[in-house]
Design a protein around this ligand. Structure first.
Ligand code: PMP
Length: 266
């Protein structure tokens, strides 16, 4: 796969197949890593690749590392430059998904805080059919882990095991996506996506303390709704029954973009 593309690894641009980490590194043994998914949109008319909200992604990336007590990695300015350099090296002329990763390399144990490795990959990724056609959703029987267990606010690799369980259940049961409720029984989010509902003309989304990732797309939707529709988003607890009562429901996230939900548990 992707044999012709380049990867940024620890300060160098290397061919895809040379971007390697030892199997005994803490990132491999314990999943000790954090990451960001960033979109680059190709504009045919201007012949330019536009990277979406890089500053916000770098800020969350720094927060995730701080919360995981990683040793200091490269500064944000250096990472932003590396990002652009990598996109140029790959000569992309299409929409891409970029993954920026900070991980614990070396041969340490569970409490290792370094050495911090940095990798950036970028691969073509167009919108999926779900953005146009919508997705069927299941309310998962798995619970979104609470902040006191594994904080969803940190974008760390290990958190995705929880999301994976929900996706696997949904797919096996014949659904496209899943909703995860939190330990208080309120709506949290979906695997790699935040959720909005529209009820009685109000735009509502689970609050930042509902065990969600502080999503950049969610924030963008809030800003666009205010600016273009004059709608102030209500951020609060959302009950399970409100998902069923809602007039409209949609997911959002960098990879997923905006996806309408066409059915719930049906
Ligand atoms: N929740 C989780 C758990 C995610 O992984 C993502 C994807 N980054 C999102 C929500 C959406 O966040 P963003 O809009 O910043 O991509």
């Amino acid at each position: 796969m992707a044999a012709t593309t380049f990867v940024y690894l620890n300060g160098r641009i290397v061919p895809w197949h040379d971007a390697k980490v030892h199997v005994f590194a803490p990132v491999s043994k314990y999943g000790i890593g954090v990451f960001e998914g960033i979109r680059g949109y190709w504009n045919e008319e201007r012949q330019q690749l536009y990277l979406f909200r890089v500053a916000e992604h770098l800020e969350r990336y720094a927060f995730s590392q701080k919360a995981m007590r990683f040793d200091q990695g490269p500064p944000s300015e250096e990472l932003a430059e590396a990002l652009v350099h990598l996109c140029r090296a790959n000569a992309f002329r299409m929409t891409v998904h970029i993954r920026m990763m900070a991980f614990i390399d070396g041969f340490g144990e569970m409490s290792a805080t370094g050495p911090v490795g940095t990798a950036i990959t970028a691969l073509p990724r167009e919108s999926t059919k779900y953005s146009a056609e919508g997705a069927s959703a299941q309310i998962s029987s798995w619970t979104r882990m609470p902040d006191s267990v594994m904080p969803a606010r940190i974008k760390c690799n290990a958190n995705y095991h929880n999301a994976r369980l929900a996706i696997m259940q949904a797919q096996r049961d014949g659904y496209d996506v899943a909703f995860l409720l939190n330990s208080r029984g309120k709506l949290a989010e979906a695997p790699a996506m935040c959720v909005f509902i529209i009820r009685g003309g109000q735009l509502i989304t689970p609050s930042g303390t509902s065990d969600i990732l502080e999503s950049i797309t969610r924030q963008t939707v809030i800003e666009l709704a205010r600016e273009y529709l004059g709608l102030v988003t209500i951020e609060r607890d959302v009950d399970r029954t409100e998902l069923i009562l809602a007039d409209e429901v949609f997911y959002c996230g960098t990879g997923a973009e905006i996806r309408p939900v066409t059915s719930i548990d049906a």
